[in-house]
Write a protein that binds this ligand. Structure first.
Ligand SMILES: C[S@@+](CC[C@H](N)C(=O)[O-])C[C@H]1O[C@@H](n2cnc3c(N)ncnc32)[C@H](O)[C@@H]1O
Length: 270
């Protein structure tokens, strides 16, 4: 049977909605049924299943397959220097930073790493090689593998300012000729790790700035509140939380954050 002719019923979709919500906090509304169906064909093929119910049973009992399913379902769109106002802000904070202290930034829904490496390029320019560290985390293990490689399609370089492009991007050769590599000295400052924003992160340290951009959009308000409260536990007092310009948390009852400017918040107390 052709896998692409198998359809996901409304009942099966409800089961998947619940699993994805419980696992990742992601709210899939009814309009996402065919997107979910199409993205899961690959896994149906892998098992040679003829019914989505068979696949759902595996997902319910097997955590590794739940991770595979989340990998298929998350939306990972990203690009270098996305929302340039945030990079102007990062620059102004980094310029005030005392050079003997490590400046640390968390890219908390890192996708394939374009955000984390954009931050690293800017900090390398301002703070010099020794004084910064970036952590990139994501729930999706596939994107993290790509992030660690630091290898991107040639067209992605267009978003990188020219001075960083010449300094920090290496044009691929031979089989990599349509790609570019982020330079190893930048890659060495960035660590990638799997982390679910629904859970409190212990052992990753305290950050001067946390980028939490273009991920809150996938959650409902109750989950947004949990996620923001979790994340700011890892923010230094006086540090900044940056969300996307297209997102808002102003209506959520979150303590100890002051709104500084559009999409940027400062932590005032522990
Ligand atoms: C659209 S990308 C945003 C990438 C980057 N922050 C940017 O603004 O360009 C959203 C990312 O959030 C991740 N994500 C979704 N739910 C998550 C969760 N519960 N925990 C951690 N990451 C999650 C997805 O895997 C995806 O890579």
């Amino acid at each position: 049977m052709m896998v692409s002719s198998i359809t996901l019923s409304a009942q099966e979709f409800t089961l998947i909605q619940k699993i994805v919500f419980d696992e990742a906090g992601i709210t899939l509304d009814e309009s996402k049924l065919s997107m979910v169906q199409n993205r899961l064909f690959k896994r149906m093929n892998h098992y040679n299943f003829a019914k989505f119910n068979d696949y759902i049973r595996v997902v319910q009992f097997n955590r590794d397959e739940r991770i595979e399913m989340i990998n298929q379902i998350t939306t990972n769109e990203t690009y270098f220097f996305r929302e340039s106002a945030h990079f102007n802000f990062l620059e102004s904070v980094a310029l005030q930073h005392k050079s003997y202290e490590l400046f640390s930034v968390w890219s908390a829904a890192a996708s394939v790493g374009a955000e984390a490496y954009s931050i690293a390029m800017l900090l390398d320019e301002i703070l010099g090689e020794k004084n910064y560290a970036i952590l990139g985390t994501d729930i999706n293990t596939d994107v993290l593998q790509k992030a660690r490689l630091g290898l991107y399609p040639e067209s992605w370089v267009d978003k990188i300012p020219l001075n960083y492009r010449t300094k920090y991007c290496l044009k691929g050769k031979g089989p990599y000729s349509r790609q570019f590599l982020v330079s190893p000295n930048i890659i060495n400052h960035v660590t990638f790790k799997e982390a679910n924003l629904l859970k409190e992160q212990t052992g990753i340290g305290q950050f001067d700035i946390i980028f939490l951009r273009n991920v809150l959009i996938y959650f409902n308000d109750a989950t947004r509140e949990i996620v923001v409260n979790n994340v700011i536990k890892n923010l230094k007092v006086g540090g900044y939380l940056i969300i996307s310009l297209t997102e808002t948390i102003k209506h959520l009852p979150i303590r100890d954050l002051t709104h500084i400017e559009a999409s940027i918040y400062r932590k005032e107390a522990e």
